[in-house]
Write a protein that binds this ligand. Structure first.
Ligand SMILES: *[C@@H]1O[C@H](CO)[C@@H](O)[C@H](O)[C@H]1NC(C)=O
Ligand SMILES: *[C@@H]1O[C@H](CO)[C@@H](O)[C@H](O)[C@H]1NC(C)=O
Ligand SMILES: *[C@@H]1O[C@H](CO)[C@@H](O)[C@H](O)[C@H]1NC(C)=O
Length: 279
C-alpha cells in the first residue's frame, strides 16, 4: 500500500532530519543550562489553549501576521516559489499547482530549522522525486522558530492558527481537506497538529517526525500533536528516550519507534533531561 511505502520513506527522512536538525545540538537544546519551568496550568479548552510558562509569556504578546509567514512551493522542475500566507489562495492560480493530486504536503520544520537545512532538503527529495502525485509546500516560520526554545514554543500557537486560516482558504479555493497532508518535525509536529485541529474539517493526515517533548508533555491533548487532529496521525519517534527531548508516548494512530526511539543521535546531549522528571 502507498501509505506503507511512504511511511518507510518518511522513516528515512525522519532519521536524517533528526541527525541534522539544529535543535539537536547541545547549545540549542538547553541554551541557558537552567531548568525550565513546568507549565503551571493545563488548559483544556479548544485552540486558544496554550501552554503557559511564566518565563515566556512576554513573547506571546507580539502579534504575528500572515504577511510574515511564507509558504514555499517546490516546483517539479526543481525551482521554488515563495509567497506570504497573506496572499491566501494565490497558490491555486500557479500553473504547477494541481489540487487534484493525491496529496498536497505541507512540511513544517522544527525549532531553528531553516528551509535550506540539509534535513529539509532530504525530506523534499523524498516527496518530490518518487511521488510525483504530490504537491509539496513548506511553511517558512523561521522568523518565529528561533532561539530561545520557549519563545518558539509560545509562538507556535499563533503560527498554527495562521496556518489553519490559510489552509481553510485553500480549501475554499478547491483543495479538499482529504488531500491535505501536514508533516511536521520536532516543534513543527505540534504546530502541524494544532493547525489541523483548528480547521473546520479534519485534514487527511498529520505526520509527526520526532515531535518535541519540552513544554508539551503536560499540556492538554489539544496543545500537542494528537490522534484526534486528523483522519490519520502517524508519528516517527527517534528521540524518545528517558533523557531525550522527544515525546515518549504513542500519540498517533500509528507510532513508529525505530531503534526503540531511544537512539542517541550524533552530536546530541540530553539538553532537556532535567526539565521534567516525570516517570
Ligand atoms: C520552473 O518552472 C517555473 C514555472 O512553472 C518557471 O517559471 C521557471 O523558470 C522554471 N525554472 C527552471 C529552472 O526551469
Ligand atoms: C493517486 O490517485 C490515483 C487515483 O486518484 C491512483 O490511481 C494512484 O494510484 C494514486 N497514486 C499514488 C502515488 O497514491
Ligand atoms: C529556492 O530557489 C532559490 C533559487 O534557485 C534558491 O537559492 C533557494 O535556496 C531555494 N529555496 C529553498 C528554500 O530551497
Amino acid at each position: 500500500m502507498v501509505k506503507a511505502a511512504v511511511a518507510v520513506e518518511l522513516l528515512g527522512a525522519g532519521l536524517l532530519l533528526v541527525a541534522t536538525a539544529a535543535s539537536c545540538k547541545p547549545p540549542s537544546c538547553n541554551p541557558s543550562g537552567r531548568r525550565l519551568a513546568r507549565p503551571s496550568a493545563t488548559p483544556s479548552l479548544g485552540m486558544s489553549a496554550t501552554v503557559k510558562s511564566p518565563s515566556a509569556s512576554a513573547q506571546t504578546d507580539t502579534p504575528i501576521s500572515a504577511a510574515s509567514l511564507y509558504a514555499i512551493f517546490y516546483l517539479p522542475n526543481g525551482s521554488n516559489w515563495s509567497f506570504p500566507l497573506s496572499q491566501g489562495d494565490a497558490l491555486h492560480s500557479h500553473p504547477d499547482f494541481d489540487a487534484d493530486k493525491n496529496a498536497t504536503v505541507f512540511f513544517v520544520p522544527g525549532y531553528t530549522v531553516k528551509p535550506t537545512a540539509e534535513g529539509v532538503r532530504l525530506a523534499i527529495k523524498a516527496f518530490t522525486t518518487k511521488h510525483e502525485s504530490f504537491n509539496f509546500l513548506l511553511l517558512d516560520w523561521t522568523l518565529y522558530s528561533g532561539r530561545p526554545y520557549v519563545a518558539a514554543a509560545m509562538n507556535m500557537g499563533q503560527v498554527a492558527e495562521l496556518l489553519a486560516a490559510w489552509l481553510e482558504r485553500l480549501r475554499a479555493g478547491g483543495l479538499a481537506a482529504a488531500r491535505m497532508w501536514l508533516v511536521g518535525q520536532s516543534l513543527g509536529a505540534h504546530l502541524a497538529g494544532k493547525a489541523a485541529a483548528a480547521m473546520a474539517v479534519r485534514p487527511a493526515r498529520v505526520t509527526g517526525l520526532d515531535p518535541a517533548r519540552p513544554l508539551f508533555w503536560f499540556g492538554s491533548p489539544l496543545t500537542r500533536l494528537d490522534r484526534r487532529q486528523a483522519t490519520f496521525v502517524d508519528v516517527i519517534h527517534t528521540d524518545g528516550s528517558w533523557r531525550g527531548i522527544g515525546v515518549r508516548a504513542n500519540i498517533g494512530h500509528q507510532d513508529f519507534w525505530p531503534n526503540y526511539g531511544a537512539e542517541r543521535q550524533p552530536g546530541c546531549h540530553s539538553g532537556f533531561s532535567g526539565a521534567y522528571g516525570e516517570g
